[in-house]
Design a binder for this molecule. Structure first.
Ligand code: NAG
Ligand code: NAG
Ligand code: NAG
Ligand code: NAG
Ligand code: NAG
Ligand code: NAG
Length: 295
């Protein structure tokens, strides 16, 4: 299918509310990666025993063939992919391709976007419950009055998008099915971003957060579930390798004393995933996954 055919098909919504089968909700883990998945062994351990409650989708650079054994949950999960270049609209295209493929499975209810450098910091049952019982989706969305926030708005988007509606947020989203369908179905606002959001405007940091703010804000928690450390400054966040992985560090990501809101109540569980980790972090992470992350 072309993207156009795929997005159309994925945007179809059943009118009949009762499913003619026992619908067990699934979480779609959607990996947007260049190629290899260095943390596949950690994800495999995380997913083990929970078959039927999740689906995996993998978008890579075209031509890349993931080499995993047939018993891996990643086996045969690559979707038809196109070239992606950092900071361009092609990144949104890839995200939509992942969403659309995942929407074709009617059991998928929650949609998590991940990269090859992301890891889970809780066990599967905790993450599954947190997502499937949430009244909100998790897409970071904030108004920043700075050159890197409102400064990236283009007047050419007026009047369809106005400055006060403009938002910024992390690319790494978590969406419910309804929002995923709406994003796949949108063409009008997507087109404005593809025309007028070019460096130093980055569609992946603005399109979904602005679009949701305009039409579906009440369904959004406006925060990301993916922990990241930006305090280094610069265009890329801190990356953690072998020498940085300690029990304390992972515990800090799981709970650093910060209180966030979950279903309108205070919660200390604010992040379920974390980035960025370099491949050398795999071994120490596997060593402490059972004691710290409980899987
Ligand atoms: C795939 O992985 C297996 C096992 O690690 C290895 O023996 C094989 O050479 C790999 N194949 C390719 C095409 O890289
Ligand atoms: C998130 O922001 C929207 C505005 O876009 C607002 O309507 C909504 O109440 C906020 N969500 C929460 C949980 O505060
Ligand atoms: C985040 O990065 C800053 C700057 O390198 C560092 O001081 C801080 O300890 C890091 N935070 C965590 C939780 O690792
Ligand atoms: C990781 O550890 C190295 C060596 O101790 C240190 O130089 C580096 O700043 C650490 N990285 C982060 C992101 O904390
Ligand atoms: C906890 O983590 C959040 C997100 O990284 C950060 O904003 C906050 O400052 C941290 N709090 C403490 C007490 O370190
Ligand atoms: C992981 O555990 C193995 C076996 O206990 C040990 O040999 C190895 O040094 C550990 N690696 C790290 C990075 O802690």
């Amino acid at each position: 299918m072309t993207d156009e055919e795929l997005f159309w098909r994925a945007s179809l919504v059943p009118k009949k509310v009762d499913f003619p089968f026992n619908r067990v909700l699934k979480v779609a883990f959607m990996f947007l990666a260049r190629g290899p998945l260095p943390f596949a062994p950690l994800w495999e351990r995380f997913l083990k025993g929970h078959e039927g409650l999740y689906s995996i989708y993998l978008h890579t650079q075209p031509g890349y063939k993931l080499n995993v054994s047939e018993s891996s949950p990643f086996y045969g999960r690559q979707i038809p992919s196109e070239e992606v270049s950092w900071g361009s609209i092609s990144l949104i295209d890839a995200e939509k391709r992942l969403l659309a493929n995942a929407l074709l499975d009617f059991s998928n209810e929650r949609f998590v976007l991940l990269s090859e450098s992301c890891i889970p910091v809780f066990d599967f049952p905790t993450i599954y419950k947190y997502l499937t019982e949430s009244d909100y989706s998790f897409v970071e969305s904030y108004d920043e009055d700075s050159p890197r926030g409102r400064g990236r708005y283009s007047k050419s988007m007026y009047p369809e998008i106005q400055l006060y509606q403009w938002r910024k947020g992390s690319e790494w989203f978590e969406l419910n099915r309804d929002l995923a369908v709406n994003i796949i179905a949108d063409y009008k606002y997507y087109l404005l971003f593809s025309k007028y959001c070019k460096p130093s405007c980055y569609p992946d940091e603005h399109y979904i957060s602005t679009y949701l703010n305009m039409f579906h804000g009440s369904q959004n928690a406006n925060r990301s579930l993916t922990w990241v450390n930006w305090s280094f400054g610069g265009p890329h966040p801190a990356s953690y390798g072998r020498e940085n992985i300690t029990e304390d560090f992972i515990q800090t990501i799981r709970n650093n004393g910060t209180i966030c809101t979950y279903n309108n109540k205070p919660s200390t569980y604010c992040f379920l995933f974390a980035r960025k980790f370099s491949p050398s972090a795999l071994e120490p992470l596997l060593n402490l996954s059972s004691s710290v992350m409980k899987f």
